[in-house]
Design a protein around this ligand. Structure first.
Ligand SMILES: [Fe+2]
Length: 203
Protein backbone atom coordinates (compact mmCIF):
# COMPACT_ATOMS: atom_id res chain seq x y z
CA UNK A 1 0.00 0.00 0.00
CA UNK A 2 2.81 2.42 0.89
CA UNK A 3 5.61 1.54 -1.46
CA UNK A 4 8.14 4.26 -0.66
CA UNK A 5 10.66 4.49 2.15
CA UNK A 6 10.43 8.25 2.49
CA UNK A 7 7.46 10.62 2.52
CA UNK A 8 7.89 14.37 2.80
CA UNK A 9 5.60 16.22 5.17
CA UNK A 10 3.20 18.84 3.81
CA UNK A 11 2.83 22.39 5.12
CA UNK A 12 6.26 22.71 6.70
CA UNK A 13 6.87 26.35 5.91
CA UNK A 14 7.92 27.29 9.43
CA UNK A 15 11.17 27.64 11.30
CA UNK A 16 12.11 24.34 12.94
CA UNK A 17 15.30 25.11 14.87
CA UNK A 18 16.05 28.04 17.12
CA UNK A 19 18.80 30.43 16.09
CA UNK A 20 22.22 30.31 17.66
CA UNK A 21 22.49 26.62 18.51
CA UNK A 22 26.09 25.42 18.37
CA UNK A 23 25.90 21.87 17.08
CA UNK A 24 29.63 21.25 17.13
CA UNK A 25 30.19 22.19 20.75
CA UNK A 26 29.01 20.67 23.94
CA UNK A 27 27.44 17.65 22.30
CA UNK A 28 27.03 14.48 24.33
CA UNK A 29 29.85 11.97 24.46
CA UNK A 30 29.00 9.87 21.41
CA UNK A 31 31.72 10.51 18.80
CA UNK A 32 31.05 11.77 15.30
CA UNK A 33 29.19 10.99 13.12
CA UNK A 34 26.50 9.83 15.54
CA UNK A 35 25.61 11.94 18.53
CA UNK A 36 22.75 11.46 20.90
CA UNK A 37 20.73 14.42 22.01
CA UNK A 38 19.33 14.48 25.47
CA UNK A 39 17.26 17.59 24.97
CA UNK A 40 15.97 18.05 21.43
CA UNK A 41 13.11 20.04 22.85
CA UNK A 42 15.33 22.95 23.83
CA UNK A 43 16.49 23.31 20.21
CA UNK A 44 13.03 23.49 18.65
CA UNK A 45 10.97 26.59 18.03
CA UNK A 46 7.48 26.80 19.46
CA UNK A 47 6.19 26.42 15.89
CA UNK A 48 8.11 23.16 15.58
CA UNK A 49 6.68 21.84 18.85
CA UNK A 50 3.18 22.86 17.79
CA UNK A 51 3.71 21.05 14.50
CA UNK A 52 4.89 17.88 16.25
CA UNK A 53 1.73 17.90 18.37
CA UNK A 54 -0.33 18.37 15.23
CA UNK A 55 1.16 15.36 13.47
CA UNK A 56 0.67 13.16 16.52
CA UNK A 57 3.78 13.45 18.69
CA UNK A 58 2.52 14.16 22.17
CA UNK A 59 3.84 16.91 24.46
CA UNK A 60 7.40 16.29 25.61
CA UNK A 61 7.83 13.23 23.40
CA UNK A 62 10.35 14.94 21.14
CA UNK A 63 13.12 13.90 23.55
CA UNK A 64 12.27 10.19 23.74
CA UNK A 65 14.96 8.63 21.58
CA UNK A 66 15.94 11.46 19.31
CA UNK A 67 19.40 12.03 18.03
CA UNK A 68 21.49 14.12 15.68
CA UNK A 69 23.66 13.08 12.80
CA UNK A 70 26.30 15.03 10.99
CA UNK A 71 27.30 13.60 7.65
CA UNK A 72 30.52 15.33 6.68
CA UNK A 73 31.29 16.57 3.14
CA UNK A 74 32.13 13.80 0.66
CA UNK A 75 31.19 11.12 3.18
CA UNK A 76 28.86 8.13 3.13
CA UNK A 77 27.87 6.37 6.33
CA UNK A 78 27.79 2.58 6.53
CA UNK A 79 24.73 0.81 5.25
CA UNK A 80 22.86 -0.16 8.38
CA UNK A 81 19.52 -0.60 10.02
CA UNK A 82 18.65 1.16 13.25
CA UNK A 83 17.86 -1.92 15.30
CA UNK A 84 19.78 -3.45 18.14
CA UNK A 85 20.11 -6.96 19.50
CA UNK A 86 18.29 -7.71 22.71
CA UNK A 87 18.63 -11.27 23.98
CA UNK A 88 19.70 -12.41 20.52
CA UNK A 89 16.75 -10.87 18.70
CA UNK A 90 16.96 -7.87 16.43
CA UNK A 91 14.56 -5.27 17.80
CA UNK A 92 13.65 -1.73 16.85
CA UNK A 93 12.77 1.23 19.01
CA UNK A 94 10.95 2.65 15.99
CA UNK A 95 10.71 1.54 12.40
CA UNK A 96 10.31 5.19 11.43
CA UNK A 97 11.87 8.55 12.14
CA UNK A 98 10.79 12.11 11.53
CA UNK A 99 13.93 13.65 10.08
CA UNK A 100 14.68 17.35 9.87
CA UNK A 101 17.62 17.98 7.53
CA UNK A 102 19.58 21.18 7.11
CA UNK A 103 23.14 22.50 6.93
CA UNK A 104 23.82 23.67 3.41
CA UNK A 105 24.58 20.32 1.76
CA UNK A 106 23.70 20.88 -1.91
CA UNK A 107 23.81 17.29 -3.09
CA UNK A 108 23.12 14.30 -0.90
CA UNK A 109 21.08 11.12 -0.88
CA UNK A 110 19.30 8.83 1.50
CA UNK A 111 19.37 5.35 -0.02
CA UNK A 112 17.49 2.16 0.89
CA UNK A 113 18.41 -1.42 0.04
CA UNK A 114 16.91 -4.86 -0.14
CA UNK A 115 18.74 -7.89 1.16
CA UNK A 116 19.69 -10.53 -1.36
CA UNK A 117 17.89 -13.80 -0.64
CA UNK A 118 20.97 -15.59 0.66
CA UNK A 119 21.35 -13.11 3.52
CA UNK A 120 20.55 -15.18 6.58
CA UNK A 121 20.14 -14.54 10.25
CA UNK A 122 23.51 -16.21 10.78
CA UNK A 123 25.11 -13.57 8.60
CA UNK A 124 23.89 -10.92 11.01
CA UNK A 125 25.13 -12.74 14.06
CA UNK A 126 28.62 -13.01 12.62
CA UNK A 127 28.90 -9.57 11.14
CA UNK A 128 27.17 -7.09 13.37
CA UNK A 129 28.04 -5.13 16.40
CA UNK A 130 26.06 -6.03 19.47
CA UNK A 131 24.40 -3.55 21.75
CA UNK A 132 22.85 -0.31 20.70
CA UNK A 133 25.06 0.24 17.69
CA UNK A 134 23.43 -0.12 14.29
CA UNK A 135 23.63 -3.31 12.30
CA UNK A 136 26.13 -2.88 9.49
CA UNK A 137 25.64 -4.59 6.11
CA UNK A 138 28.02 -5.84 3.48
CA UNK A 139 27.10 -3.81 0.34
CA UNK A 140 27.73 -6.85 -1.89
CA UNK A 141 24.76 -8.57 -0.21
CA UNK A 142 22.32 -5.78 -1.07
CA UNK A 143 20.36 -4.30 -3.97
CA UNK A 144 19.49 -0.60 -4.04
CA UNK A 145 15.73 -0.09 -4.12
CA UNK A 146 15.23 3.65 -3.58
CA UNK A 147 17.25 6.86 -3.54
CA UNK A 148 16.06 10.31 -2.55
CA UNK A 149 17.94 13.59 -2.75
CA UNK A 150 16.82 14.57 0.74
CA UNK A 151 18.89 17.58 1.74
CA UNK A 152 16.38 19.81 3.48
CA UNK A 153 13.08 19.92 5.30
CA UNK A 154 10.98 17.34 7.09
CA UNK A 155 10.23 13.77 6.08
CA UNK A 156 9.09 10.48 7.54
CA UNK A 157 11.80 7.94 6.74
CA UNK A 158 12.05 4.19 7.12
CA UNK A 159 14.89 2.98 9.34
CA UNK A 160 14.26 -0.73 9.89
CA UNK A 161 15.65 -1.87 6.54
CA UNK A 162 19.20 -1.28 5.22
CA UNK A 163 19.80 2.39 4.54
CA UNK A 164 22.59 4.87 4.06
CA UNK A 165 23.16 8.61 3.92
CA UNK A 166 25.58 9.99 1.35
CA UNK A 167 26.81 13.57 1.29
CA UNK A 168 28.22 14.42 -2.14
CA UNK A 169 28.80 18.06 -1.24
CA UNK A 170 32.52 18.89 -1.08
CA UNK A 171 32.05 21.73 1.39
CA UNK A 172 29.01 21.51 3.66
CA UNK A 173 27.84 18.91 6.14
CA UNK A 174 24.38 17.39 6.00
CA UNK A 175 22.91 17.75 9.48
CA UNK A 176 19.89 15.79 10.59
CA UNK A 177 17.77 15.75 13.71
CA UNK A 178 16.01 12.42 13.92
CA UNK A 179 12.91 12.47 16.08
CA UNK A 180 11.99 9.01 17.35
CA UNK A 181 9.41 8.66 20.02
CA UNK A 182 7.47 6.02 21.90
CA UNK A 183 4.38 7.06 19.94
CA UNK A 184 3.25 4.05 17.86
CA UNK A 185 6.51 2.39 18.85
CA UNK A 186 5.55 -1.11 17.79
CA UNK A 187 3.94 -0.20 14.47
CA UNK A 188 5.12 -1.60 11.15
CA UNK A 189 6.41 0.85 8.56
CA UNK A 190 3.10 0.68 6.71
CA UNK A 191 1.09 1.36 9.88
CA UNK A 192 3.47 4.19 10.76
CA UNK A 193 2.91 5.88 7.38
CA UNK A 194 -0.79 5.38 7.92
CA UNK A 195 -0.60 7.11 11.32
CA UNK A 196 0.99 10.24 9.78
CA UNK A 197 -0.68 10.05 6.35
CA UNK A 198 -2.90 13.13 6.49
CA UNK A 199 0.25 15.24 6.98
CA UNK A 200 2.34 13.55 4.27
CA UNK A 201 2.72 13.97 0.53
CA UNK A 202 1.88 10.38 -0.24
CA UNK A 203 2.26 10.60 -4.04
FE1 LIG B 1 19.92 4.97 10.33
Amino acid sequence: MYTKNIYKFKDTDFKFLKDGIQFDDGMPNIPWPRRWLTDVSSMLTDDAKDWLRKVGIGPGRENDSSRIFETKPNYACNIHNDGSYNSGELTFYNRWSINYVWGGCRNGDMVWFKELPELTKEYFKENTTLGHKPQIYDPSKLIEIERNNFIGGLALVRIDIPHQVINHDPEFSRWCISIRTGVIKDASWEDSVDYFKEHLNIN
